[in-house]
Design a binder for this molecule. Sequence first.
Ligand code: FPP
Length: 250
Amino acid sequence: MNLTIPKKLAIIMDGNGRWAERRGLPRSYGHIKGTRVAKKIILDCAELGVETLALYAFSTENWNRPQQEVNLLMRILNRYLHRETENLVKKNIRFSVVGQLSKLPSDILRAIEHAIDRTSHCSGLHLIFGLSYGGRWEITEACRSIAEKIQSGELKVHQINEKLFEEHLMTPKDFSPDLVIRTSGEIRVSNFLLWQIAYSEFYFTPTLWPDFSKSDLLLAFENYRRRHRRFGLIDSAIVNHDQAASLKVL
Ligand code: FPP
């Protein structure tokens, strides 16, 4: 199989609930199986040479699910962080999060801080969890922060441009995914990384997240290889993916 590995990858892990319901199981089983899959895919991405992987683990909208499901997702997350942090260190994976962290319970915040701290020296895959994350929230916060700086005189209105705006986002600088994968057959973005996906390629698969495997990931990468990324230019201007990825379109 001919592959092109996207340097920056984002995954919307969808379909845990349906996976469980189709088996007559409580939705929690889907989330538990989904977490095992996430663990494997993170390691696969690290081995394959993906540089940054963003996983949508919990959206701002997910707070509106039944309290029992929210509690379970929080417990799963806490357990993942406790069990996996040392493994991340071993695999040289740097962990970080993006999202409205103030809404998270304090035990999870502690586990997150610990994982960030323990993996801060790691130079392999950069793993980013979207937690209590929403693209609209992130953009709104960037606006608020710029407005405050203008109010205090630190910034002038004429200094606002796309580069400056991007610097006020919470995601790492230059994090514009080359490829976004969404599982479960839904063809939508659901408020993930709205600013950052302006020039991303999309891969939608009907596979439910708990069934997603390394071979599905490789299939997505194979499909990505066949895309022509033009970034608004003409075909002959783009030679390969690496050139395309290094283009800064502002
Ligand atoms: C979507 O399935 C998935 C989520 C809301 C949460 C994603 C979380 C995990 C995979 C587990 C946590 C991950 C880590 C890495 C700790 P859904 O419930 O929306 O499924 P449905 O659309 O079929 O109902």
